[in-house]
Design a protein around this ligand. Structure first.
Ligand SMILES: Nc1ncnc2c1ncn2[C@@H]1O[C@H](COP(=O)(O)OP(=O)(O)OP(=O)(O)O)[C@@H](O)[C@H]1O
Ligand SMILES: [Mg+2]
Length: 275
């Protein structure tokens, strides 16, 4: 733990217990064997990763394709089991397993994924898609009213509840996905490249919306993004992944302006301007 006034950005040294805490997270995959006489090769998708997200804090994960970002997100969300390591939320252990045992955790978290086309069920009306977490998680209250409120909050109309996903633009679909991710009042919103499938102007709108939701609802944010400009805009802290390891993490300005690791330098150098 940090001393008086400690401002360290290292995980575990921030004084109070973070909202979400991952320690020693490791995930290996055994690939299919190439010959019947040899075991399949082992792929280390993630090795010994420590990551915290504090209450109200925004944390970004960056790193090239295949570096382990989605693997880390899946472990932190208990969508996959670690080969080693642990996750706690608000000090309480989170272990993948029976859905009922994780309901408390699901109520505290919301997730938005990359592709707004595949993340919405084409056979479900928008209103039913958005209401689904309320039903699944047994959230009390007037669900249609809650759905109407959240649709307005993400810049859609209450009447859009009666529309089908195929009637919506990509940006509107991503708004629906966001509505669905926050309808049950989570404390942590997780996005795995939630904007990479959108064009530039829509991306700016969704970015603004994400900031608004975070600020109005007091959400913590964990965001995977290839977009360094977006990360700079949105994140308080950044963790840089390479080949399954976190090679550097710290305050966004420090990491992006004064990268310590050569790999981070090369990532940042690939961006035209950092302002
Ligand atoms: N189910 C799986 N079986 C085998 N290998 C896997 C599996 N899931 C992920 N991997 C491997 O783990 C490594 C990390 O993958 P991951 O999806 O976490 O990368 P990523 O950083 O999210 O990449 P991208 O930016 O392309 O989404 C990759 O080498 C990937 O091939
Ligand atoms: Mg990924």
């Amino acid at each position: 733990m940090s001393g008086p006034g400690g401002l360290s950005d290292e995980p575990g040294e921030r004084g109070a217990e973070p909202l979400l805490r991952g320690r020693g997270l490791t995930r290996t995959f055994t690939l299919p064997r190439r010959s019947p006489f040899q075991p399949g090769p082992v792929r280390h998708a993630l090795v010994d990763a420590d990551l915290d997200v504090g209450a109200g804090e925004s944390v970004a994960l960056i790193g090239e394709s295949g570096s382990g970002k989605s693997t880390l997100v899946r472990l932190l969300l208990a969508l996959d089991s670690p080969s080693a390591g642990s996750v706690t939320f608000d000090g309480r252990p989170v272990a993948p397993g029976r859905a009922a045992g994780l309901r408390w955790f699901r109520r505290q978290t919301g997730v938005v994924l990359q592709d707004p086309y595949s993340s919405l069920d084409p056979r479900m009306l928008v209103g039913d898609t958005v209401a689904e977490p309320l039903r699944h998680l047994g959230v009390p209250g007037d669900h249609p009213a809650m759905v109407g409120d959240v649709l307005e909050r993400v810049g859609l109309a209450r009447g859009d509840a009666e529309r089908w996903p195929h009637e919506l633009s990509g940006g509107q679909r991503q708004r629906v996905a966001l509505a669905r991710a926050v309808v049950h009042g989570p404390r942590l919103l997780v996005g795995d490249e939630p904007m990479s499938a959108l064009d530039v102007t829509v991306r700016a709108q969704i970015l603004g919306l994400l900031q608004e939701l975070r600020d109005d609802l007091g959400l913590s944010l964990l965001l995977v993004s290839h977009d360094i400009g977006l990360v700079q805009h949105l994140a308080d802290r950044v963790a840089v992944l390479r080949d399954g390891s976190i090679v550097e993490q710290g305050a966004t300005d420090d990491v992006l302006r004064r990268p310590r690791h050569p790999y981070t330098r090369s990532l940042v150098a690939a961006v035209p301007t950092i302002d």
